[in-house]
Design a binder for this molecule. Structure first.
Ligand code: ATR
Length: 286
């Protein structure tokens, strides 16, 4: 039987604006080499005004790409321009992964998979809890809320500085998701088995409120989707209180795997060597 994986040298991209800080080429480059594949993965800096043309060229087949990742600020537009966005993308209104099949542009969103796969890897059993607390209601928290809900966590409390944004997400993601005011933080944490930070709290010079993580249910986990720095102010606080913590780097690594499989035909593994490559890169570009 003819194996297309051996016959074709596929090319994929990450499109964003700006794009020079993207670590995706390092991740996919590592996997291509590890798996002995001859394909390529490269950064494309695409200004917002040029994104529609970029997608049209991709769809026509003349770009030479089989698909790619889409990052800030193009995720919403990628969803809108795709011929077949999947159910996950449709609910989020955003896609981060696209691929061509017979001139048809498919799109999905792998951020939620990245989030849960990282927890499965580092804190297996995390999803046995009935209640989760999500701090933040920005773009990045959406895929997290969707994924935690889809794993069966029954109650998800979303707390955000701007409460209206938390309410928007509760409306979008259904009855499992509840918007709460900041003042309710302590109360909702008492029922929760996992605390998820999706904000940049403390990283922009803002003061980090003292949070008592010890009131989480026994075995409570604290995780952050921000991975620069690896030990965010929230994680440092939780760690100093003796909680199990999971940093956000694994989310970046795991969200990349489904796209790689679509474009290059093999499912790659997230391993410690890859993690270290990104940590070293972060140190070199601090
Ligand atoms: P992203 O797409 O990365 O999530 P975003 O949409 O700008 O970025 O959202 C950033 C999140 O961090 C928001 O929840 C934001 O709260 P607001 O919706 O009130 O802006 C939150 N955030 C950022 N800085 C914060 C701070 N100093 N205190 C509390 N929340 C903060």
């Amino acid at each position: 039987m003819h194996d297309s994986r051996e016959t074709f040298v596929n090319h994929a991209f990450v499109a964003g604006y700006p794009i020079k800080h993207s670590r995706s080429p390092l991740i996919h480059g590592y996997w291509l080499k590890q798996l002995g594949l001859e394909g390529s993965y490269r950064s494309c800096e695409i200004a917002p005004a040029d994104f529609t043309d970029f997608i049209d060229t991709l769809r026509s087949g003349s770009s030479g790409f089989v698909g790619g990742n889409v990052t800030i600020p193009h995720k919403e537009q990628a969803f809108q321009l795709a011929d077949s966005p999947d159910e996950l993308s449709r609910e989020l209104g955003a896609s981060n992964t696209v691929w061509l099949e017979e001139g048809h542009l498919h799109a999905t969103n792998t951020d939620g998979h990245g989030f849960t796969a990282n927890l499965d890897d580092r804190a297996a059993g995390w999803d046995r809890c009935e209640t989760a607390v999500v701090l933040g209601a920005g773009g990045a928290s959406r895929a997290v809320i969707q994924a935690v809900r889809d794993r069966g966590v029954k109650t998800i409390h979303v707390i955000n500085r701007t409460e209206a944004r938390a309410q928007e997400l509760a409306d979008r993601f259904g009855p499992a998701v509840h918007a709460q005011p900041f003042e309710a933080l302590r109360e909702v944490m008492r029922d929760a088995g996992i605390f998820i930070n999706t904000t940049s709290l403390g990283m922009d010079g803002s003061a980090v409120p003292d949070i008592d993580f010890t009131i989480l249910r026994a075995g409570g986990i604290v995780t952050d989707i921000v991975y620069v720095p690896l030990r965010t102010p929230i994680l440092q606080q939780a760690e100093s209180q003796g909680l199990v913590t999971v940093d956000g780097l694994g989310m970046l690594l795991h969200q990349a795997a489904p796209g790689f499989e679509k474009w290059f035909g093999q499912r790659p593994a997230v391993d410690e060597t890859l993690r270290q490559i990104i940590i070293d890169d972060m140190a070199n570009h601090a």
